[in-house]
Design a protein around this ligand. Structure first.
Ligand SMILES: C[S@@+](CC[C@H](N)C(=O)[O-])C[C@H]1O[C@@H](n2cnc3c(N)ncnc32)[C@H](O)[C@@H]1O
Length: 196
């Protein structure tokens, strides 16, 4: 789990019994804080969970994971949610290169489209949201055009690329709530998988 934040999947890992291990990667300071919060809440760290402190902008993911005992020659699935927009393109590309090097690997992540992709009546609102995020110290550093990103993923060796835009996300995940969803450019969720 890349940029795991306060996600608690690792505490509920239903596949631990079959030997599925979870590695949580995050900013060292954020991870330390999470571990303290777990302790305060009386939540034990399961044996299937390993923490790997890494700053994607300054450290190599390969080295950080290796130091934590991750075996990059074994199949792995990477969850990378709510992180890509906050990283530079270089960090995103290097992380995808590492994932592509892991056999039978797959990754799911979300991203947002560049401002120029939005129709005039929505662009100003999106730019206001981005400016608000930047003023909190969390600027959006990487925005991707869907066609460009798909090409980049395929060039890196991901044979299967499934990209859900707003319509696809609403259809698959929102159920009865999808009525109010604005369809058009915006957030995307991508699954990229190496072919076996
Ligand atoms: C919006 S949170 C998402 C958390 C979690 N994945 C979720 O979906 O609930 C963004 C996460 O990315 C991490 N992050 C952002 N930039 C990072 C970087 N350069 N290196 C490591 N982690 C980073 C933050 O520490 C935070 O945990």
């Amino acid at each position: 789990m890349l940029g795991a934040g306060l996600d608690t999947f690792s505490l509920r890992n239903p596949h631990a019994g079959q030997g599925v291990r979870v590695f949580e990667v995050d900013y060292p300071a954020t991870q330390t804080w999470k571990r303290e919060r777990l302790k305060q809440a009386g939540l034990a760290v399961p044996a299937s969970l390993t923490f790997a402190p890494v700053d994607f902008e300054r450290q190599s993911l390969a080295e950080g994971l290796q130091a934590a005992g991750f075996q990059a020659d074994r199949p792995a699935f990477f969850q990378w949610l709510g992180v890509v927009p906050y990283l530079t393109r270089e960090a995103v590309s290097l992380t995808l290169d590492f994932i592509a090097g892991v056999p039978e690997s797959g990754v799911v992540f979300d991203y947002a489209e560049p401002f120029e992709n939005y129709p005039d009546d929505r662009r100003a609102d999106v730019m206001t949201i981005a400016a608000r995020a930047a003023s909190r110290g969390e600027p959006w550093l990487s925005l991707f055009d869907p066609a460009e990103l798909s090409k980049m993923l395929r060039n890196k060796g991901f044979g299967i690329v499934e990209d859900l835009g707003m319509a696809g996300i609403a259809e698959r995940f929102y159920g009865a709530l999808k009525q109010g969803i604005v369809i058009g450019p915006g957030a995307h969720i991508v699954r990229a998988q190496k072919a076996r």
